[in-house]
Design a protein around this ligand. Structure first.
Ligand SMILES: [Mg+2]
Length: 199
């Protein structure tokens, strides 16, 4: 049985922290893993900024609710989910993803979890496992699934390369140049067609 594993940010929705920085008017939050490779350090710094601005989970979810999926993403996902099983594999947090999943018609997402105090303050976070995308794809394969994967970033390469078919989607020129062996697409119709061929 097939399961399609899709990255979320940059593929179905904009980068959440960049969109959130714009929506909230806090430009410091545009800092990403490209600027700070230590994810723990980056997240701790981000949570500090949120606290400084008095932003709890509720305020953040309200702001994230103003962010829309990429044009065509919902139609693509609806069509794909009518043809096969789909799981969104993301390094984001379920509480951040929730307003976006609503706009995408509540697809299944496997991601991480924020620790939230009773007053709504975000006190920490829990990552589900190491190299979550590759680990999850391997776990799915271990119980009889064939995986097909697509994503845009470095952290997607593991699941893309480990799958029976894998695609870059809306990726960077540098990643595409470094991986000429991976089919790369920019349009949802082209990605859908390639996935259908692989099913
Ligand atoms: Mg991405």
């Amino acid at each position: 049985m097939n399961v399609v594993c899709l990255d979320m940010e940059g593929v179905l929705v904009p980068e959440i922290w960049i969109a959130f920085a714009q929506a909230s008017g806090i430009p410091e939050l545009k800092r990403t893993t490209r600027d700070e490779p230590d994810y723990d350090k980056l997240m701790t710094w981000r949570l500090g900024i949120l606290k400084e601005h008095g932003l709890g989970l509720k305020e953040i979810q309200t702001t994230i609710a103003t962010i829309d999926p990429l044009p065509g993403a919902k139609e693509f996902l609806d069509k794909l989910r009518s043809e096969t099983q789909v799981i969104i594999l993301s390094d984001t947090f379920e509480q951040f993803a929730k307003p976006l999943m609503e706009k995408l018609g509540w697809p299944t997402i496997f991601c991480n979890t924020l620790e939230v105090a009773e007053n709504g303050e975000i006190t920490g976070y829990k990552m589900r496992c190491e190299k979550s995308k590759l680990t999850t794809v391997k776990a799915l394969q271990s119980c009889g699934f064939d995986t097909i994967a697509a994503g845009d970033s470095f952290n997607d390469l593991g699941m893309i390369q480990a799958s029976k078919a894998g695609f870059l989607f809306k990726s960077t020129e540098a990643i595409k140049a470094a991986h000429p062996e991976l089919p790369a697409f920019e349009e949802f119709d082209d990605l859908l067609h390639a996935i259908e061929e692989a099913l």
